[in-house]
Design a protein around this ligand. Structure first.
Ligand SMILES: Cc1cc2nc3c(=O)[nH]c(=O)nc-3n(C[C@H](O)[C@H](O)[C@H](O)COP(=O)(O)OP(=O)(O)OC[C@H]3O[C@@H](n4cnc5c(N)ncnc54)[C@H](O)[C@@H]3O)c2cc1C
Length: 394
């Protein structure tokens, strides 16, 4: 039985593994490297987070995105010019080669509890036993569709996460639902791939992020400090004091994570969107149904008038919700022991669930440690704290 099994292969899992190396903990790590970023996001996308907030973390000086870009002659600035998705993916893969060469690129299809630990099964049917398990599965199991969009065929309705390139939609009429970064990125990419693309949202307008000015006067920097998750004291405190956040009342924590830093698209997506994708704002979806080879969408517009349209496909850019029940690879007997609040896992101050030796990171931990855990930058705090806890328990 090994000490630790890490399920996942994105920024959090790789950063954690790099920290376990330094603590001499025996572990195995499973998952297709950087898959969410590589295969499930629009090809031409840029990161919303600035360069300095888009690192993976290794102990000591680590290996920052800046260093990767310098080595590969890729233009880089800590703040301002956006990082290309492809650069981030390649950086993540290089980080993995240097710090986590033992990554096993397979999916874990079952995790169950056994005396003294856990049993994991890979997609190939191999069985691994570990005393402790970290589920660092990121966003991949959590795409969220509103109820009105559920239960239809994948040809009719999908989530943006179900796609990488959008070439299959060339010449099709696609309605994207949502007003955040995922929805707008997908709409821009669909339009560029040759789809007739429209976007519908409840919001009255799309609130693109403003571009960070190159120079900010001292007073502005004091009243509105910069942090890895954005400007302002709230963000700064959320980043600096995740353990204080963990101690706050549950309802307040969940509210902050839901409301702070809405899913606004980056400033750089505006040009590809405005004038190219027709927005239907202040609209309320009432019904989405298959009608022959088309999809019928009934909705109420901003004047509360009933409307209808026929499209080829409806795509939800409707975000991600880390509901425990979505992790179907957890054996039901084990899942039933994991305490949840509003369907998301309750974690102790070292990321452990209510089941001894089972930990969760990333989006699944955000309601416990704050909005930083929705972004790659949360991997720094997570990897440091969790690696020490795992090392203590070996
Ligand atoms: C459109 C979009 C834009 C975003 N932009 C930004 C941004 O600009 N900056 C930012 O910081 N964040 C951004 N995010 C959020 C981003 O997803 C997270 O910051 C980051 O990916 C979290 O890293 P992670 O390691 O937790 O998860 P992920 O990157 O989701 O990685 C999880 C990995 O685990 C693997 N995995 C899942 N299940 C299993 C299993 N059963 N067995 C084995 N492996 C498994 C997956 O294949 C995947 O490789 C964006 C998200 C979206 C959807």
């Amino acid at each position: 039985m090994i000490s630790v099994a890490i399920v996942g292969s994105g920024p959090y899992a790789l950063s954690l593994a790099a920290h376990l190396n330094a603590l001499d903990v025996d572990y195995r790590i499973f998952g297709p490297v950087m898959e969410a970023w590589d295969k499930h996001m629009p090809p031409g996308m840029f990161l919303k987070s600035d360069g300095f907030a888009s690192d993976l973390y290794a102990p000591g000086d680590g290996y920052r995105l800046e260093e990767y870009c310098r080595e590969n002659d890729i233009p880089y600035a800590p703040v301002g010019p956006p990082v290309k998705r492809t650069t981030f993916v390649d950086y993540g893969k290089e980080f993995q080669r240097r710090f986590v060469p033992g990554l096993e690129e397979t999916m874990i299809v079952r995790v169950s509890q056994i005396p003294g630990g856990y049993e994991l099964e890979t997609a190939e049917g191999d069985v691994v036993q570990a005393k402790q398990v970290v589920l660092a599965v990121g966003i991949s199991h959590f795409p969220y569709l509103p109820r009105v969009m559920e239960g239809l065929s994948r040809e009719a309705v999908s989530h943006t996460f179900h796609h990488g390139p959008f070439d299959a939609f060339r010449g099709k009429h696609v309605l994207v639902i949502g007003a955040g970064a995922s929805a707008v990125n997908a709409a821009v990419a669909l339009n560029e791939a040759g789809a007739h693309t429209e976007l519908m949202a409840r919001a009255a307008k799309i609130s693109f992020h403003d571009r960070s000015p190159d120079y900010r006067p001292l007073m502005d920097r004091i009243t509105n400090p910069r942090s890895v998750i954005g400007l302002g004291w709230r963000s700064k405190i959320a980043v600096e004091l995740p353990l204080l956040f963990h101690k706050m009342p549950r309802k307040l924590r969940h509210k902050v994570v839901a409301k702070h830093l809405g899913p606004a698209p980056g400033w750089f997506s505006r040009d590809g969107f405005v004038g190219h994708v027709k927005p239907y704002m202040s609209c309320h979806l009432e019904e989405v149904a298959e009608a022959g080879s088309k999809v019928r969408v009934r909705y109420r517009d901003g004047d509360d008038m009933a409307q209808e349209m026929l499209v080829d496909h409806v795509m939800g850019g409707t975000g991600f919700k880390p509901y425990l029940k979505a992790l179907r690879f957890i054996d039901p007997a084990l899942a039933s022991k994991i305490k949840t609040a509003e369907e998301t896992p309750v974690l102790d101050s070292s990321f452990m669930t209510s089941v001894d030796g089972l930990y969760m990171t990333g989006l699944a931990s955000a309601n416990n440690f704050g909005p930083m855990c929705r972004f790659a930058c949360g991997a720094k705090f997570t990897a440091r704290r969790l690696s020490r806890r795992l090392a203590r328990n070996t």
